[in-house]
Design a protein around this ligand. Sequence first.
Ligand code: AMP
Ligand code: TRP
Length: 326
Amino acid sequence: MRIFSGIQPTGSLHIGNYFGAIRQWLDFQHNNECVFCVVDLHAITVPYDAKNLPNLVQEKAIVYLAAGLDPEKVIILVQSSIREHTELCWLLNTVTPLGELYRMTQYKEKSTKHKKEECAGLLNYPILMAADILLYDTEIVPVGEDQKQHVELARDIARRFNSKFGETFVLPKVKLPKEGARIMSLTEPTKKMSKSEADKKSSISLFDSPEEIRKKIKSAVTDTYKTIKYDKNKRPGVSNLLTIYAILSDRSIKEVEKEMKEKSYKVFKEELAELLVEKLEPFRRKREELLSREVYVREILKQGENRARIIAEAKIAEVRKKMGLY
Ligand code: AMP
Ligand code: TRP
């Protein structure tokens, strides 16, 4: 099957990105045709630093490799290296009803946050995402829960295009992980863990030092109950920590809950912090190693670009023809 997913280059990747997206990608890479993208064109829809963007893109490519994506098996791609993404975005603009864009949750949140600098690109963001997905005849899109609505819109756009111009696009399906589709903030556990959150204590970056991890887990918001119990609605803080522990130790939440039942919050948090330190250590090591291999990383991106271009050019030619363009 063809798999496509992407992550924006801005901000530091956290365990939510890993559990929601990248961990799923690792499973898919063995038996499928995968394209994993650093979506720089999406990142420019909010204020950003143009000088630093290339560094952030390179850094995210390193993260993909450090997490265990195998460039021999998957295409690792920078979105802006293939012009067809922007071209298809424009074409799909013409079959997307405006009302659909205004009702997107992420648009509502981001347009409130960036009220003064809001640009049209922020509203059209999901169309570019649909273009990313549809350009490669994608069947499965592994993402976290917050992106589900966008993938469903991409599916609707594909359906609408097909009925207007004839069978052209595969209808993509969203794939969420069983656990970890929505990891919550450590400081405000009713909000999702987010790269753009200013308070660094709210998230665990994949490359935090052991000291930072211990400090952040220690100060994570929980509650005043005595026992450790999973209850997402009434006890979001501890439920989030139990979820993180369960994923990292490859066990069910029920099992972890049972094991931790008699323990104090202090001991539970210490054990969780040590588990995180242990599990994130290989990322840190691999990243250090790749930071000094800039040419190798660039080469992988170039290779990804060349492989992706063959698929993208063929698809856009088909779309142009169906739409009656010159
Ligand atoms: P972004 O950080 O918006 O570029 O998101 C990259 C990927 O990580 C997408 O698939 C998101 O759905 C996923 N993701 C982001 N935040 C979380 C979170 N708190 N929990 C689970 N998945 C997440
Ligand atoms: N919008 C996604 C996010 O913020 C990133 C993204 C862009 C994406 N294009 C995509 C994800 C295509 C999956 C498929 O997380």
